[in-house]
Design a protein around this ligand. Structure first.
Ligand code: DLZ
Length: 504
């Protein structure tokens, strides 16, 4: 029997026909292998919707490849030859078809890269990202601080996005100061497009309900896009209806409005159904044709070519040590209400309920509600990282880990963020209507009725003053704390201790 030339292994977040491994191969000579893996679905207990989304998108992608002439060995979850994990599956496939070469595009996770290195495999760069890992390493070399803003400006120059010659469109690089408007409940909200389930998705939903019924999250309603064409349509819907107001309201939070003006396309981008540069060019075109304001277009493009590329660079620069950082030495467990939503705090209840239902929350809900609370309460950052990685449909370690440990928990001591994103209840109250549904009073600092974020916030600053006093942005708040009367400081300590004793 003639030996197979290349066996091309395509991972669940590599659903891109132009990915380097497929570009390298030839559909007439080579074979593709894809596998639904128990190990991948359970190394953290992913949300039911996340598993269903990935499996359904993988099955549709296998069909897309077959339609263009590829031979695809798709090992579904119940396949008799399913070996449960990547390495066992690859070893089995190598024995069976004796390929001359095993080809894979570099995975998005350090864990998977280590696994693959056990085999004789050609690993190709993932050129769906705009900044190759080696370029990021060069950019980082010799810099004291790795600030996203400077990286982002280089990416604007490199891509030419929103540039007027050498200068940024509109004369400034960043319009964030304009992007902090609280939303009003009477605004007419756009809605992400709803996609009816097809037979493939229905089969996957049945599989997930039976195999992963004990995982977090609701399986129904499930109406995500699971094909490239529907993901593109979902993005077009965002461009037309939500992007014009995205800038103004991107930090706002409202009960019953999980999506507001957000695109909700990160899960499509991160599994390869959408392409980052194409998305940004469409946003830029919407701005140049006068359909959306510059603050919206710039804010959106910054997330994609700035923040998204930057955190990936940091991940590959700093792993594996980065996974262990714990600057504040926080050791508390994750409170049960991160799974149950059973809490009197309206903001956390709304965010966790929404996370259960949609496997989605936007960046301010993640950063300033669940992330902020965990840091103030002293939750171990690694436990929080596992939670984010499992509950959000867009979460893969390369993007989630630096966002959680660096940005949200300041667990790297300020390498990624210039200050801890710590805030009292006043911030959440300014940006949302959550406090209306809370049994606590956001105006009170201490006592049983006071919003717990308030005493926890001041207690956090005092507890970590040695580590934070020299930070110009936080030091002022510590000096404010120091002006409180002795009895006020005692009340803060008592209120936060009482609350923490209740939840841990
Ligand atoms: C996240 C995930 C899940 C839940 N399941 C699979 C799977 O069954 N098969 C697969 O190829 N990939 C899956 N993934 C995505 C992988 O975990 C992902 O490729 C790594 O996290 C590297 O980014």
């Amino acid at each position: 029997m003639k030996r197979l030339r290349n066996l091309i292994f395509v991972l669940g977040d590599q659903l891109t026909p132009q990915i380097s491994s497929l570009k390298f191969g030839d559909s007439r000579l080579d074979r593709v292998l894809m596998v639904e893996s128990m190990e991948e679905a359970t190394y953290v207990g992913h949300h039911k919707k996340k598993i269903a989304f990935i499996f359904s998108a993988m099955r549709h992608f296998a069909e897309e490849l077959r339609e263009t002439g590829w031979r695809v060995d798709y090992i579904d979850f119940n396949h008799l030859e399913n070996r449960g994990g990547f390495i066992a599956q690859l070893e089995h496939a190598i024995k069976q078809c004796r390929p001359e070469n095993l080809i894979v595009t570099e995975p998005g996770e350090w864990r998977v890269l280590q696994m693959l290195k056990q085999l004789k495999v050609t690993i190709l760069p993932d050129d769906r990202f705009l900044c190759p890992i080696a370029d990021f390493k060069r950019w980082a070399e010799g810099r004291k601080q790795l600030r996203m803003e400077y990286f982002y400006r280089d990416m604007r120059r490199k891509t030419g996005l929103l540039m007027a010659g050498e200068k940024p469109a509109g004369g400034v690089w960043n319009f964030d100061a304009e992007n902090r408007r609280p939303a009003r409940a009477d605004l007419l909200m756009p809605r992400p497009k709803i996609y009816p389930q097809d037979d493939t998705t229905r089969a996957v939903l049945g599989l997930v309900a039976s195999q992963f019924g004990n995982h977090f999250g609701d399986i129904e309603p499930f109406n995500y896009a699971v094909t490239r064409s529907s993901a593109e349509e979902a993005f077009e819907n965002f461009l037309e209806f939500a992007l014009p107001s995205f800038g103004d309201y991107q930090d706002a939070m409202l009960i019953g409005e999980p999506f507001l003006y957000h695109s909700v396309i990160a899960q499509y981008l991160n599994c390869g159904l959408l392409d980052a540069l194409t998305v940004c060019r469409r946003v830029e075109a919407a701005y140049t044709s006068g359909r959306v304001p510059l603050n919206a277009a710039e804010g959106y493009i910054r997330q994609v070519i700035g923040w998204r590329e930057y955190v990936r660079g940091i991940y590959w620069l700093k792993m594996p040590d980065y996974a262990e950082v714990n600057f504040f030495d926080h050791q508390q467990p994750l409170p049960d209400f991160y799974w149950s939503a059973d809490t009197d705090m309206g903001c956390i209840r709304a965010t966790v309920e929404q996370t259960k239902e949609y496997a989605y929350a936007h960046h301010i809900q993640r950063l300033m509600v669940t992330g902020n609370f965990a840091m103030l309460a002293g939750v171990n950052p690694q436990r929080l990282h596992e939670w984010y990685l499992s509950v959000y449909a867009d979460a893969y370690e390369w993007v989630e880990l630096p966002n959680t440990l660096g940005m949200s928990q300041y667990a790297d001591g300020g390498m990624l963020a210039s200050k801890p994103y710590a805030a009292s209840g006043a911030y959440i109250n300014r940006m949302s209507n959550y406090c209306e549904s809370s049994v606590y009073d956001v105006k009170l600092r201490t006592g049983k009725q006071a919003c717990p974020f308030n005493s926890l916030y001041w207690n956090f600053l005092n507890r970590h003053r040695d580590k934070l006093a020299s930070n110009p942005r936080i030091g002022n708040m510590i000096r404010t704390y120091d002006k409180f009367s002795v009895s006020e400081r005692e009340k803060i300590a008592a209120s936060s201790a009482e609350f923490l004793a209740k939840i841990f």
